[in-house]
Design a protein around this ligand. Structure first.
Ligand code: NTF
Length: 812
């Protein structure tokens, strides 16, 4: 029976009755329960399956269209995906929200109740992982044939608890109740080797045989990624590690050695146990490299399997395949593809290298030297002996090329080598990523420029055409329509159509309404209602939010110095006409990053102190909702008035929270860093609170003898804030934060303090004029259309991937 001959599976129906019937069938036949005994979770799972079926039907048409077209594919390799909760998005993308709300009533539940059971898979850390989720959404929305590959961690990013002691971490067993959105695909299981040794193959100078010492299975499952306003449904395929059958030692088990009997299987399964295992030990670091190779090895074999379904030979591989490396984590893929081609498929080295280079592209997401990954050569040699040999060969040919271009420039050769020499030789993954790819891009204009001028300068001189910029973007569906339905409705009404959700530049039409007093009043009322929902303080107070990972370069400590300055001012003159503010922090710190955790602890102390102070608390509140994740972001962003984007210029590659907040009408206070610059250029300098030094001023400061003490001496208000911390008024954490600021102040917090506080005073002045504020707010939304991830994906498609959309026909 050929399904494409018209005899296919029964299509899920479109009417309310059909939806209702499908829901009941799923409750009986797939959940195995009845209406009378259905729990909320039964109802949630059943609804999810009913919605999923509708997407699965679109998926089958997508696969058929892709198969018939044999297109060029995008494969996105990422260690992280922060997909967010699935139910609401899938209701929106399948246009079944209304049907679902009615149908679940018959089971005795409301849709909201069931949405609360929808857990987000926390398979990422921060911006990098959420960007991956926005890009796969937009690839499907743009009809681009794509698969996102990642790891199905058993435990995602930790669950954060905040107490007055600061942050504690609990494991996040996200799939404890199961994950109805996931399809296991055990037949596509892959085998991955580690350790062992290599052997020459007689008669072949470049081929080798690798005999791994450990074998692990990679078992895939996938989640559906529907496009918005289109028929395409792509997938994200996630690998989970399993021991092979041989990893269970029956004889030991029979002898009562139960732990020993399963130890090999446990070791294998540890590979996909947690996202970013602690890397403060050698074992932890090795586990991370193991994860990276595990992801890459499974994914490349799957990519080759898919290629071979439609093609023969290798001539077309690079024309049909582009593999995007999301930062350096999957960079070992370059050596792995070489190994597969040369050792397993017997392709000549030069041809294999040509294929490899044309297949990959690399996105760099940082400028911080400590975030550019390197691995000790000795670890590589033990874990991936064949890959190290291949990297040496790649490096040898590459350095010859450098020598030929720059004869006698030995220093350049040393700087550019993939292997860093020194007491401990290390493999520089970013260098491998630049050498082995066709395109390299940064994630905002400034970032791409600084990459070319600083960390990757030698490479940009060698291959200027390779370097590009693709400014990040965010999904307007998730971050406006789903997160902020009131605002989405007003925008749709104002623009006369909902087409902006698929073409965000249309928001520019709001400019015409920015002078309309009644529109501004409604705009304000929505912000207020969102604040009431968030329930984080007085809805009439200025809601000042700093939501992002905790890192010293992002400078949460600068925001705190401002809070302490306000605290002092209010205490000194309680009856003055203060602008009421709620300062909201949210975000996680890496468990081993002690300085960042001190800052969280200090925030918790200050928040409690202010709350207990009857003089200050009517005017100022500090709140710290715990466990920041996509779901919490969707509640905070619509309620924000002021968006804190205050990193030291030159350190934040892009930022994406800045875009989400501007899109929702928050006004940015920020430095000339990352995408802030592009936001300001679009929303207009008058609608953006700029402060601080620029990246070039910041870069020279330490060499020019920067002294935090000079700022301390010169600024009475700063001195008072730091003295309060030093005196221990806000506990030991405060003392340590002050010591760090007065010690080295790596991120020039004190240097930017005065400019920051003065700009915050300006913020207060504007806030006192509510219509002016609302006007600025509308203009922020109106001019944020550029920051749609649909535009980002269109940029990648045109300039880096060179892929064309493949439309999927509608069901007849
Ligand atoms: C992050 N990089 C950057 O710090 C953010 O500025 C940027 O918005 C996101 O990537 C997405 O591009 C990283 O997380 C990493 F890992 F590269 F440091």
């Amino acid at each position: 029976m050929d399904l494409r001959q018209g005899i296919g599976p029964r299509r899920p129906g479109k009417t309310a009755d059909e939806f209702q019937q499908d829901l009941l069938s799923n409750l009986f036949y797939r959940r195995g329960t009845t209406v009378e005994s259905a729990s909320a979770r039964d109802a949630y799972e059943t609804l999810s399956l009913t919605v999923r079926d509708r997407l699965a039907e679109r998926r089958s048409r997508t696969a058929a269209a892709h198969f018939a077209t044999n297109p060029r594919w995008v494969y996105y390799l990422s260690a992280e995906y922060l997909l967010g909760a699935q139910l609401e998005q899938n209701l929106l993308y399948s246009d079944t929200g209304g049907l679902a709300a009615e149908a679940v009533k018959t089971l005795g539940f409301s849709l909201e109740e069931l949405e609360d059971l929808d857990i987000e898979p926390g398979l990422g850390n921060g911006g990098l992982g959420r960007l991956a989720a926005c890009l796969v959404d937009s690839m499907a929305t743009r009809d681009i044939p794509a698969v996102g590959y990642g790891i199905r961690y058993d435990f995602g990013i930790f669950h954060q608890i905040i107490t007055e002691q600061g942050q504690t971490e609990r494991p996040d067993d996200w799939a404890f109740h199961g994950n109805p959105w996931e399809f296991p695909a055990p037949d596509d299981r892959q085998t991955v080797g580690f350790y062992g040794r290599t052997e020459p193959i007689p008669g072949s100078p470049t081929r080798k045989r690798w005999m791994p010492g450990e074998i692990v299975l990679g078992e895939p499952s996938h989640m559906l990624v529907p496009g918005y306003g289109t028929e395409t449904v792509n997938i994200v395929r996630l690998w989970r590690a399993r021991g092979s059958e041989a990893s269970f030692d029956l004889s030991r088990f029979s002898a009562g050695q139960y732990a020993e009997a399963v130890q090999e299987a446990v070791r294998a399964e540890n590979i996909s146990k947690v996202l970013y295992p602690d890397d403060s030990t050698e074992l932890g670091r090795e586990l991370r490299l193991k994860q990276q190779y595990f992801l890459v090895s499974c994914s490349l074999r799957d990519i080759i399997r898919r290629f071979r379904l439609r093609n023969e030979g290798w001539a077309e591989f690079a024309d049909k395949t582009v593999i995007q490396l999301n930062d350096t984590h999957p960079t070992i893929a370059i050596a792995e593809l070489m190994r597969l081609l040369v050792d397993e498929y017997e392709v000549e080295w030069d041809e294999a290298w040509s294929i490899t280079r044309r297949t990959f592209a690399y996105t760099c997401h940082t400028l911080l030297p400590e975030a550019l990954e390197t691995w000790p050569v000795h670890m590589f040699e033990r874990l991936l002996p064949r890959h190290l040999e291949i990297i040496y060969l790649i490096n040898m040919f590459f350095l010859r090329e450098v020598e030929a271009r720059f004869p006698g420039d030995h220093d350049r050769v040393r700087r550019m080598s993939i292997i860093a020499e020194g007491p401990e030789r290390r493999v520089r993954m970013a260098h491998l990523a630049v050498v082995g790819t066709e395109a390299v891009n940064g994630v905002a204009e400034l970032h791409s420029k600084l990459l070319r001028e600083t960390v990757l300068n030698d490479f940009a001189e060698l291959w200027p055409a390779k370097f590009q910029n693709v400014t990040n973007g965010v999904s307007p569906r998730r971050f406006v329509k789903i997160a902020n339905p009131r605002l989405a409705d007003l925008i749709t009404e104002g623009l006369g159509s909902a087409a902006w959700l698929g073409d965000l530049e249309q928001l520019a039409g709001l400019e015409a309404l920015a002078g309309d007093a009644s529109f501004l009043e409604r705009w304000r009322a929505i912000k207020r209602a969102n604040k009431v929902d968030l329930a984080a303080g007085d809805p009439d107070a200025l809601t000042d939010v700093m939501i992002k990972r905790f890192h010293e370069y992002k400078r949460q400590q600068l925001k705190l110095l401002h809070v302490i300055a306000m605290y002092h001012r209010i205490r000194a003159d309680p009856s003055a006409d203060w602008v009421p503010r709620t300062v909201l922090f949210a975000g996680k710190a890496a468990p081993a990053y002690h300085a960042a955790k001190e800052i969280i602890r200090l925030i918790a102390t200050i928040a409690a102190r202010i709350a207990a102070d009857p003089v200050v608390s009517p005017h100022l509140r500090v709140v710290f909702p715990e466990n920041y994740n996509v779901t919490l972001a969707e509640r905070i962003i619509p309620a924000a008035d002021l968006s804190e984007q205050i990193s030291l210029a030159g350190k934040e590659a892009s930022g994406t929270g800045n875009m989400k907040l501007a899109l929702n009408g928050a006004i940015t206070i920020g430095t000339l860093d990352g995408a802030n610059i592009e936001i300001r250029a679009r929303v207009g300098a008058d609608n953006f609170f700029l402060f601080g030094m620029d990246a070039y001023q910041a870069a020279g400061a330490h060499q020019q003898g920067y002294s935090p003490w000079a700022y301390y001496e010169a600024d009475g208000e700063l001195r008072a804030a730091l003295d309060t911390l030093r005196a221990g008024t806000f506990g030991e954490a405060g003392q340590r934060v002050a010591d760090s600021l007065l010690g080295r102040d790596e991120y020039l917090t004190l240097a930017d303090f005065r400019s920051y506080v003065e700009t915050q005073d300006e913020v207060d002045q504007v806030w006192r004029d509510p219509l002016r504020w609302a006007h600025m707010s509308v203009l922020n939304t109106a001019h944020s259309g550029f920051f749609s991830s649909d535009r980002t994906v269109a940029d990648y498609a045109a300039r880096i991937w060179r892929v064309a959309p493949v439309p999927v026909p509608k069901a007849d």
